[in-house]
Structures are given as structure tokens and as C-alpha cells.
Ligand binder design. Structure first.
Ligand code: PXL
Length: 282
């Protein structure tokens, strides 16, 4: 059975990180092996939450799994509780990354032009290191700007420009040029304005192809959608799907769950109604 190591946090509420990745990877017929970065009562957009930082226990997973002589077809890293955890992920990669397995790094750092936490400067430089070691990355537009030292406000100010997606593509290309290993940059949450209507799209860029898919934007960004997207992508790439098929699968899976959460006026921090659509990933 194929296996993916999931380096991410476990949040009681928010339908993000491990609570998103575990069901998605499992329904895709792949064994999900979680390595928690933190355990939270709820994700950080909630007003009040308790967080147990797992930094000092992450190496136990690496060491015990090494002693067990297990191997992984995929490695997927997401939310990290701070810059120190970058070293832990690199240590994990030094043990478990091979030339054939697929490492997807989701550089979770912020959204809507803002970082999630205050200690972001060191985290950004650490994420840049992880990006260089990854086969695929799934930044949202905010994170792509952080990784390429681009001014988010300036970039998004021209979101109604016909060359907007091309500009984003050029930023992706820069990351591909900077790494020997990186094959795919998949950017989520690209919002465009055309004739007063808003659209949200995802862009996949590799050295020889690029694909863009977009839908009408409901105006709300829900918790966990980026994590669900990255989970489908990680599972799909491990199963050998092309990047285009992987992105289509992820988009198709998420679209109605987002619309349903929007129609039911679920508060964005609670996440979307993805459970109903898991069978689409079978
Ligand atoms: O969905 C990204 C994410 C993951 N984990 C935690 C978060 C967030 C985004 O806010 O707070 C704990």
C-alpha cells in the first residue's frame, strides 16, 4: 500500500491541516501517516485557542519511523508552528526523501496579503529552503508573494489586467528556475475581476506546461480549502496522475463544498462541507 507522511497540525475545529488531509489521503486509497507539528483546540483564526507546540517531539517520529525501517511514496508538509520546525522537516527529509518519492511542500504562512503569525520573517526564509527540496508546492497568492519577495498589494492592484495571470506565472517560473528538484508550482486563490464580476482560480506551472482553472468567486475564503486542495494534489501525484488531472480533481472536489458552505452561511473559520464530497475522490 502506498504511504504518505503528513507533517501538519491537528486542529479540533477549522477542518484544516490533518483533519483535512487524513480523510482525503485515506479515501484515495493511500495510507496516511501523521507527524503532528502542533495540537490545537481550534485553528488560529478562532478568537481563542490552546496550542500544544510539538517542535520538541517531531524528531521522535523521525527516529522511531527510521528504526521501523518504513518508507514513504510521498511526503506532504503543511502548517509549521515556527521557524524551528523547518529544521525538523529538513531532518525528516534527510532520512526519508528519495529521488523517486514525491515531496509536496505547502508553504502555509498567510492569506489575503497578511501573514498568519508574527514570527513570519524567519519562517519565510525557512520555507524558501523547503521549496528548493520539494517536487511540488502549493502556495496561495499571498505565500507566492512572500516566497518571491513580491509586493502583494502592488501585484493584486492589477487583477483586472489581461496580463495578470501571466505575471503570476512569471513568479512561479522564478521559483522553478531556482531549484533543481522543483517540478510543479500550483498557486491557489488568484482572484480576477472581469466586467465587475469576480473569479477565483488556480494556476499550475511546470517548465513545459501551464494550466489555469477558474470559477466564480463567492467572496468568502474558507478555512482549510488550501489544505484540502494540497491533500488531493499530494495523493494524485503519488498515484501518478498528471498535474493537470490532479488540479482538476482537486478543483472539482472543492467547488460544490465551498458553494454549499457559502449558501449555508457557515462562518469561514469553520471550514467547508467537504465530507459530503469525499466519494468523488474514490
Ligand atoms: O489552513 C491553514 C492553517 C493550518 N493550521 C492552522 C492554521 C491555519 C490557518 O490559519 O491556523 C493551525
Amino acid at each position: 500500500m502506498k504511504k504518505i507522511a503528513l507533517i501538519n497540525d491537528l486542529s479540533g475545529f477549522g477542518k484544516c491541516s490533518l483533519t483535512a488531509a487524513l480523510p482525503v489521503i485515506s479515501v484515495m486509497g493511500i495510507q496516511a501517516c501523521p507527524l503532528p507539528t502542533a495540537i490545537l483546540t481550534a485553528q488560529t483564526a478562532f478568537k481563542d485557542y490552546y496550542c500544544d507546540d510539538f517542535t520538541d517531539r517531531m524528531d521522535c517520529f523521525t527516529d522511531y519511523w527510521k528504526k521501523m525501517e518504513v518508507a514513504f511514496d510521498g511526503i506532504y508538509s503543511g502548517y509549521l508552528e515556527g521557524a524551528q520546525q523547518i529544521e525538523k522537516v529538513i531532518r525528516f527529509l534527510d532520512v526519508f526523501q528519495t529521488k523517486d518519492n514525491i515531496y509536496l511542500a505547502d508553504p502555509v504562512m498567510g492569506d489575503h496579503g497578511k501573514p498568519y503569525t508574527v514570527h513570519s520573517h524567519k519562517l519565510v526564509s525557512g520555507m524558501k529552503e523547503l521549496v528548493k527540496r520539494a517536487d511540488a508546492i502549493t502556495p496561495n497568492l499571498t505565500e507566492l508573494c512572500m516566497l518571491t519577495d513580491t509586493d502583494y498589494e502592488k501585484l493584486t492592484a492589477c487583477c483586472d489586467d489581461p496580463g495578470y495571470v501571466k505575471k503570476v506565472q512569471e513568479l512561479c517560473q522564478r521559483l522553478l528556475d531556482d531549484s533543481e528538484r522543483l517540478k510543479y508550482v500550483v498557486v491557489t486563490g488568484i482572484i480576477r475581476k472581469i466586467a465587475e464580476k469576480q473569479y477565483i482560480g488556480n494556476l499550475a506551472v511546470s517548465s513545459d506546461e501551464s494550466h489555469y482553472i477558474e470559477n466564480v468567486y463567492t467572496g468568502k475564503g474558507f478555512s482549510g480549502t488550501g489544505d484540502l486542495f494540497a491533500s488531493v494534489l499530494s495523493g494524485s501525484l503519488v498515484k501518478g496522475l498528471s498535474i493537470r488531472k490532479a488540479m482538476e480533481k482537486a478543483t472539482y472536489f472543492l467547488q460544490e463544498a465551498i458553494e454549499e458552505a457559502s449558501a449555508q452561511q457557515i462562518p469561514p473559520e469553520h471550514g467547508i462541507y467537504y465530507e459530503k464530497y469525499l466519494s468523488r475522490l474514490l
